[in-house]
Design a binder for this molecule. Sequence first.
Ligand code: ZN
Length: 298
Amino acid sequence: MIIDAHVHAGEYYRHYSAAFAQQMTATTVMRPEELSAPETKLMAEMDSAGVDRVFLIAFDVRRVEGFSVPNEFVAELCARHPERLTGFVSVDAGTPGAAARLRHAITGLGLRGLKTAPCYLHMSPADRRWYDVYETALELGIPVLMHTGYTPSRNADARFFSPLLVEQVAKDFPDLTVILAHLGTPWTRPCVDLLARHPNLYADLSIFGSYQSPTTVAEALSHARDSGVLDRLLWGTDFPFASMTGSVARMAELTRDPGLWPPGHDPLTPQEYRALMGGTAAQLITPTAFSPTHPPNR
Ligand SMILES: [Zn+2]
């Protein structure tokens, strides 16, 4: 089963502000219109890439950016495709009632994970205002996917980009499953080292896996394997900011071509490839979390 662990719901004209869309595309080859991932485009991309399931992310940055991709919108999409979409709620701990909104989105709307965007909200992931949100996530038994690393958004606060800020959270909530998005790009090596020291930490390869050279990706995966954390990495794209089809092809190349790997390092074994491409992600979403709106896939 192939699971893309990092996919954005949301449409340019319907959700994102024009200013945000322009910033997100200013340093890439994308046009603002291409940030839109309406239902038909998402499902078609999954089909053509052979992706079975995605973690579909809401995005509440209203306090800073003036817009949100609402939890209700994501829940509606997931309810229409329960066998293929697993929704992640987004809350802003800088506004009152964040923990209650999280609880409602999980128990009432059927979403199955939490996405946080600390740097977009001008807060460290270790800011105490998040702590009752983390408590609630722990109690609900859901994983927390945190943005870590760079973002082109000029409104974001670069002081909170570093994946190392998550260490305090890992220590204070040793039983909370935390996924560091984008492998902390560009701090990918410190990110892997952090995973090695905290067994409750995972990381996704979105953006990094799609835009860095295959040899750079192979180098990071080698370091993860040497550090004993390869089985805590999750393939993901950040679609529509990167293509699923292109990324799946790239990952397949990494299993085939030994020339892409550092000397003395073998390409991904079939077992490592299966874990990376979805096996590990499937384990983070408990079987009960697939019901009632999310029945098990096949
Ligand atoms: Zn993202």
